[in-house]
Structure formats: structure tokens, C-alpha cells
Design a protein around this ligand. Sequence first.
Ligand code: 5AD
Ligand code: SF4
Length: 353
Amino acid sequence: MGEKFAAALARAATGNEITKQQIIDLLSALPGEEENKLFQLADQVRQKYLGNEVHLRGIIEFSNFCRNDCFYCGLRRSNKQIQRYRIPIEEIIETAKYAAELGYGTIVLQSGEDLHYSGQELAEIIRQVKKVGGFAITACVGERTWEDYTLMKEAGADRYLLKHETADPILFSQLRPETTLKERIKGIQWLKELGYQVGSGNIVGLPGQTIETLVEDILLLRDLDVEMAGIGPFIPHHQTPLGNNSPGDLSLTLKTLAVTRLVLPQTHLPATTAVGTLHPEGRKLALASGANVIMPNLSPVSYREKYQIYPDKAGSREKPTESHAKITSLIKEVGRSVSTGRGDSPKDKFKTC
Ligand code: 5AD
Ligand code: SF4
């Protein structure tokens, strides 16, 4: 083991705050012993603060319309090759009922930034889904106004997912035309003020990104003190301007996840669908590197193939029952258990009992 890496790891193991330089040293872990030690420590920290349970969040992708034109995403408005859909409320409710039967503690209502829905209409969907069962609701519908966030909260949304995507403001605006990192962060801060449990996160391996950017991503997640952070690799989509770029690196994704676990011991970290798409063992490896959440797709089959943020998204050809069965057996295979509760943030202010 290199000296600098060993010193940074030893400091992280004390549980004290680590410096920016130490984050760089940890992210620079070499394959073999260094990476293994990093993943092991992240796994121990996850075990100590969050236990062995893996929380399931069932996702319903209710609309694939999007007003934005992000260079990396297949749902971008310029992509005329996908068929757009909005799932009727009755079908959303049916899916939520199915999730309740399977014992899901959280439903994620996800869509592109679809302004077809007013704040009131989004609130109504949330209200109706919330009535179905005793689960927590996570809204993931992009940037909206303070008033819309308020309406959704009042309707029963417990959590909100708004990934910062990349902490480099220039790269952010290059890859997400007409939008800024500043506005995005303002949204995240509003959500916190409104009392949401907030999820954010970033993509690993975007063209133009460096190790420095990833360090800034982790520091931003620490500053924002998020309750959840989704960290997944970039996967090129042929119907986007980045279609010919290389995908994100698996081990760099796992290292970013592991270092985030060390920096934010109580934050929920999913083994993302993207890491499961990048590599067949991706989700298992993520669970062994600090992750404690999986977000199975519960969308009805007829819509799944149309929600191609990136191609061949893991599970995009499965029935919801198959996705669920596959994920629960994966969790058991790695010696972990499926949580039966809502999986709220363990931070004191969100404790429900
Ligand atoms: N590769 C990986 N993740 C992507 N996302 C969008 N496009 C891609 C891609 N090509 C992620 C973004 C966004 C979420 C909907 O999916 O982080 O927040
Ligand atoms: Fe829309 Fe989100 Fe895709 Fe950007 S990443 S095009 S905001 S769905």
C-alpha cells in the first residue's frame, strides 16, 4: 500500500472528517490491495451505521416527457426516436397497490421534467398513491418552483430526489443546456428547508470530468448533508450527442461510492441500476462497497422500454415480478436482508419512532 493512501485510509477509519487531499488519495486507490482495503472499510462503516438491511425503493416511471435536453440522457427533448407516454392515474395506482402487496416501504414517483403536470396535479398523484399503503413517497420529477415543492410536500411526499449530476458548474451547463448548477443547488436547499429527506448524487465518467470533479461531487454532497446519494456510471446512449463516448469506469464508480460512504456514514447509498447495467455483478459489488439501497423498477412492462435514459437499462425487459424476485435473491446471495420498514433516514430529525 502506498503511504499517502494508507494514511488517508487510517484517518477515515477513525471516523473523523477527512481533508480534500485525503479524498483524492482515497479515490486514487490502485487496483488490488488498495481498492480492496477501501471497499472493506466502506463496507464496515455501512455495517456499523446502517446494519445489514437493504432498503427497497420501488420506482414507477410515470412519464418520459422532458423539457430538458441533457446531452447524456435518452429522454432529452431532441430525441424524436422515442415514443413518449404518460401513465394514466388508474394504472399508477394499480402499480402502487402491487408494490404494497410486495411490502415495499417506499414508492418513487419518477418522470422527466414534464410541465404537462401542474404542481397541483403532481400533488394529486402523490395524494392518491399515498392513500394506497403505508409507504413513504419519494418525488423525482426534476426542478420545480417553491410552490410546487410545497404542494407536493403537503400532499404527503416525504422525500425528493434531485441529483446534482456534476459539481463542475461549467460542465453542468455544457451538458445540461439552459440550466445551471446554481439553480439546481438552490432547489436542493429549498427541499431541505421544506423538510424533505433529500436525495442527490452524481454521474461518474462524464466526458470532461476529472478526479478533481469527483472530489467536488463528494464535498458538495457533504456540504448539502443529503439523506441519500445516487452515484452511478455514465452509460452512452446512441440517440444522444454523447453516444460515441466511453462509459464510466466500474472501479472508479465503486471508489466514489466507497469514499462517499466514509464521508457520509449515515447517508443512504443505492447500488444503482446504472452500475447493474454497466456490469452484471455491478449491484453486488456496490453492495460490498458501501451501498445499502436498491431501487427496483416497478413500471408496467409496456412502458419500460420507453424509459431508456440509457440503453439496455437493467431490467428493462422484465416484468415487475421478475425485477423484484431477482433483486431480493441478489440481496440474499450477498448475505444481506431485505428491510421491511420505510427506510427513513437514520438521522435524528427523521426518526419516525
Ligand atoms: N448514464 C448514466 N446515468 C444517466 N442519467 C441520465 N442519463 C444517464 C446516462 N446516460 C441519470 C441522471 C439523471 C437520472 C434520471 O438518470 O443522473 O438524474
Ligand atoms: Fe430530462 Fe433528467 Fe434526462 Fe435531463 S437527465 S433529459 S432532465 S430526464
